[in-house]
Design a protein around this ligand. Structure first.
Ligand code: ASP
Length: 452
């Protein structure tokens, strides 16, 4: 009998097909403005299916983070331990981001990118305002939790959910049923993640076909030096720095980690959003890598919001590139400022597509580089955003494993089991018999309730 393909393989195939079909459309000229293919396929079917999927992922983020965090906090059961986990995660996130940007600057300075390019071709890029750090800090405590949830303000949602969890813990027995309620909700939300993930192959195909059909790869070749240096630094960070951190602090297998994290990277690559990838990261980190929900429920959304190693690398490479193009010598103090600013900027901005450029304008204005310079790299940024987002989420997963392992909250058996967590995904295929049985049980319960 033919072996059934697992979901990750299906998504990989879909990804490859999407890239091929998209590039085919781009290079055959079928993507011309107003043409049938462009109107009905690229901007029609592909765009709609892709957007529906990203919307579905985003729809899950706030409730999922809330419920799993409340359960996670109560699962830890000790406020001091919670502080320790938070402290470790925060420290590792800052550390990896700082290493990332330092690596990027070293790579770019060694290659000397941008030295032969004329600054005149810069288009007009006007940087959007990045929120000041003081505002980021004060906004962590929401004045209105409902509006924070509605706006998807992750740091506020994390804060409120943790407060709720801590309060449930402190109230103790009378709040037990409330905790049980949240536990069930958490399970239900996880099931929803599983259902939506089963649609991923179609969505990933559409997202990539759309991106490739509209962008093509020509842009990348125009700035080939910048692209190669950036991708080189990103790969170095992903395969060397993060893996050294994983091995050094947790002694876990690198090969297993890289294999299991692949689906998370593909989701991040296809959506260009760490935030939209939270449901997949959370699910993979807990059920495939064995991290206890009490750690992952905090480290994953926190990481998606404040930890952006890939973005920091882009900023480092872009800074050296633009400084060389404009003939500005930043000097050691300039580069140190870039490192500090990038780390700070990454804390304040959520993981959504293109946010890295907004943060870059903040860094540039601090070190006195012309903001319009960003116009030079604007064209290629959409594609590079996909790659750096995959690195961003890999950092979140690495730190989650390291923190969990150091607290004895990582199940090594699950981590080492190649099939762990895959069965649950298959379960999401709705089995008609189970469905009917469940309907009967629910129906009986309801009648029982009425009789009583
Ligand atoms: N798209 C990235 C993320 O979501 C952020 C960025 O670099 O623009 O992590």
């Amino acid at each position: 009998m033919k072996k059934k393909m697992n979901l990750t393989s299906k998504v990989l195939v879909a990804m490859a097909l999407g890239i091929v079909v998209g590039l085919g459309i781009n290079y055959s000229g079928l993507n011309s403005e107003g043409g049938v293919v462009n109107t009905y396929v690229v901007d029609g079917a592909f765009a709609v299916v892709g957007k529906l999927f990203v919307n579905a992922l985003k729809m899950l983020v706030v409730p999922l983070v809330m419920f799993s965090l409340i359960c996670g906090v109560c699962g830890i059961g000790d406020v001091r331990l919670l502080g320790r986990i938070g402290g470790k995660a925060f420290f590792l996130y800052l550390l990896t981001t700082a290493i990332a940007i330092a690596t990027a600057i070293i790579f770019a300075a060694t290659v000397g990118i941008g030295t032969g390019i004329e600054a005149t071709s810069a288009s007009t890029f006007t940087g959007k305002e990045a929120p000041p750090l003081s505002e980021v800090l004060t906004n962590i405590v929401p004045t209105n939790p409902i509006s924070a949830m509605a706006e998807g303000e992750m740091l506020s949602v994390i804060f409120f959910s943790m407060m709720l969890g801590i309060s449930i813990l402190l109230v103790g027995r009378p709040a037990k049923s409330l905790l049980e309620f949240f536990e069930v909700l958490n399970e239900v939300m996880m099931k929803m993640v599983t259902i939506i993930m089963n649609l991923a192959p179609y969505a990933v195909f559409c997202l990539l076909a759309k991106a490739m059909a509209s962008l093509g790869l020509d842009l990348l070749f125009q700035l080939i030096g910048y692209v190669i240096t950036l991708v080189g630094a990103l790969m170095f960070h992903l395969f060397i720095t993060l893996m050294v951190v994983l091995k050094l602090f947790s002694r876990l297998s690198i090969a297993t980690f890289l294999k299991k994290i692949r689906s998370v990277q593909i989701f991040a690559f296809s959506t260009s959003s760490s935030n939209a990838t939270i449901p997949v990261t959370l699910r993979t980190v807990t059920s495939r890598l064995g991290v206890d929900n009490s750690v992952a429920s905090f480290t994953v959304p926190f990481g998606a919001t404040i930890n952006m190693d890939g973005t920091a690398i882009m900023q480092g490479v872009a800074t050296v590139f633009i400084a060389n193009v404009y003939g500005v010598d930043l000097g050691i103090s300039g580069y140190l400022t870039v490192i500090l600013m990038s780390v700070l900027a990454s804390i304040g901005t959520a993981g959504v597509p293109g946010v890295g450029l907004i943060m870059l304008s903040m860094v540039f204005s601090q070190v006195g580089l012309p903001i319009e310079g960003i116009g030079l790299i604007l064209g290629v940024d959409r594609l590079l955003d996909m790659i750096r987002t995959a690195v961003n989420v890999s950092g979140d997963a690495t730190v989650s494993c390291v923190v969990a392992k150091s607290e004895g909250k990582l199940d090594v058996n699950i981590y080492n089991d190649p099939d762990a967590g895959t069965a649950e995904i298959e379960e999401a295929h709705i089995d008609h018999d189970v469905e009917l049985e469940l309907a009967e049980v629910l129906h009986d319960d309801k009648l029982g309730g009425v009789k009583k």
